[in-house]
Design a protein around this ligand. Structure first.
Ligand code: ADP
Ligand code: MG
Length: 481
């Protein structure tokens, strides 16, 4: 008898909020400064210092909660989570314990394999980050940089609704896309501004009970989150099939070997001795505060995606690519203010413009052409004034170099217009027909797909100056007439 297993996965995602100063002090929260230069007595909780709420951090955290369909808590209190660790200079972390800022909520995911679905959230709470230990900088000692200590974080905790590595991949990708849309975090996993811990257990398929979970940490990319989960599922399944028991523990992930390794066993439950933070007043939020933040929210990718597919009639693929990041979506929205040819607009942005950006390693924010110019090119193609290939390969790169000129001026300057006269097209057509007598025969015997070949040959002879539609009509007349 063989038992099939399924995985049960819950994720905890730490998101560093991109505020100028720390969560409870005016120290700079900027990344990359000289170690230990952004640490005031407040960040160290020296006697006599007092923490203060950073309003901006609360605003950014609320944005995430609203984007994830959460309920926002009106009466927020902070607690002290006490533990001893070298990277925690205060000996405790200020965190939200029993009143997380956001509760409930969900994220819609579309995993690469399996079905689209909802991942429910348990909570999002605010807290402060720790410092950073570095074990590989010095031969004998571990070094510590306290600059990060006290920077604002939110932690998103999911229900154990995730079942596969692909689903986790889709979830974290969606979270990263959202924090970038909302401009609350750069979403950079390598630098640690977005960190994901995965809780994984397995159970016989069909069972309602949960198995013992293992928490895996230290994945520095989204694909490593998936790899760690996939590996952990295999490892746990093998243990159970071999008659063993999965041990509750914290494991790390080795990206080189693709496997997880034991870091520490979960002995008894950690005793953090939570108690209310005595130095901070409760943070009270009113409906008005919440509405004010809602007012600051940009359009979310899901809303844009639905508009792109439904209103503009774009494919799911195109809509996905266009809403992948906010700048592309906004550029597209501006572009379709000037053209009704949505499909061409999508192609230009996702193929021609994107190709240019990739080749030149620049960001769309730094792209010099205004959307209106791209719309003008599309109109010129639609009117038959220039061919698509001449527009994409010759006009476009020149226009990027000299955006002050209009597309029309450049078409003239580069002699790109499809302005071959009827007579010229007719002469080319006759030439092509004379050159391929067997193909003419085949066409007349019913192989009508050959028409495109004849048109292509005329286009070549005309060096792109023949209007393809006119050429098409003319050749058909000649072959059939
Ligand atoms: P802990 O107290 O150990 O941090 P929590 O109950 O707070 O555990 O849950 C942390 C995360 O682990 C959540 O995302 C939750 O969905 C997930 N989780 C809880 N139990 C399991 C389980 N048996 N298997 C997989 N994930 C789990
Ligand atoms: Mg936990």
């Amino acid at each position: 008898m063989s038992v099939e297993f399924e995985a049960v996965i819950g994720l905890e995602i730490h998101i560093q909020l991109s505020t100028a100063s720390k969560a409870f002090s005016s120290d700079s929260a900027a990344y990359g400064a000289m170690p230990n230069t952004q640490v005031s007595p407040v960040s160290l909780a020296h006697p006599g210092t007092l923490p203060r709420h950073n309003r901006k951090a609360v605003e950014l955290a609320m944005k995430m909660g609203l984007a994830l369909n959460c309920e926002i808590t009106r009466e927020n209190r902070y607690s002290r989570k006490n533990y001893f660790y070298a990277d925690l200079p205060k000996g405790y972390q200020i965190t939200q314990f029993d009143t997380p800022l956001c509760t409930g909520g969900f994220v819609n995911i579309k995993p690469k394999t399996g079905n689209p679905g909802k991942v429910r959230l348990i909570r999002i709470h605010m807290e402060e980050d720790t410092g950073k230990s570095m074990h590989d900088q010095d031969l004998n000692d571990s070094l510590i940089d306290y600059n990060r200590a006290g920077t604002p974080l939110i932690e998103v905790v999911t229900e154990p609704d995730i079942r596969t590595g692909d689903e986790a991949y889709a979830f974290v990708t969606e979270i990263r896309r959202l924090v970038r849309y909302l401009d609350i975090c750069d979403g950079n996993m390598e630098e640690g501004s977005l960190r994901c811990d995965a809780n994984i257990s397995i159970r016989p398929k069909g069972s309602k009970d949960f198995g013992t979970k293992v928490e895996v940490k230290n994945m520095n990319s989204i694909s490593n989150v998936k790899r760690a989960i996939d590996h952990e599922i295999v490892r746990q399944t093998e243990i159970v099939l071999g008659g063993g028991k999965v041990e509750g523990e914290t494991r790390g992930f080795n990206a080189v070997s693709g496997s997880t390794f034991s870091m520490r066993k979960k002995e008894l439950v950690n005793d953090y001795r939570y108690f209310p933070e005595p130095d901070l007043p409760p943070l009270l939020l009113t409906d008005k505060d919440i509405e004010a933040v809602r007012h600051l929210m940009p359009e979310l990718p899901e809303v844009l995606y639905n508009r792109f597919t439904e209103t503009y009639g774009l494919s799911e693929y195109d809509s996905g690519v266009l809403t992948d990041d906010k700048h592309t979506a906004l550029y597209f929205e501006n572009l379709v203010k000037y053209t009704g040819n949505f499909k061409a607009a999508a192609n230009w942005l996702t193929v021609v413009v994107r190709g240019y950006l990739n080749e030149n390693a620049i960001q769309l924010e730094d792209f010099p052409l205004q959307p209106e110019k791209i719309a003008q090119i599309i109109a010129l193609i639609d009117k038959g004034i220039i061919s698509h290939s001449a527009a994409a390969q010759q006009l476009f790169p020149e226009l990027v170099k000299t955006p002050v000129l209009s597309p029309e001026e450049l078409i003239k300057k580069l002699n790109l217009a499809q302005d071959a006269g009827e007579d010229a097209i007719e002469a080319f057509a006759d030439e092509v027909i004379a050159k391929f007598p067997e193909k003419v025969e085949e066409y007349r015997n019913g192989k009508s797909g050959l028409l495109g070949m004849f048109v292509g040959e005329v286009m070549k002879l005309s060096k792109g100056k023949a209007d393809p539609r006119k050429t098409n009509d003319l050749i058909r007349k000649k072959l059939e007439g």
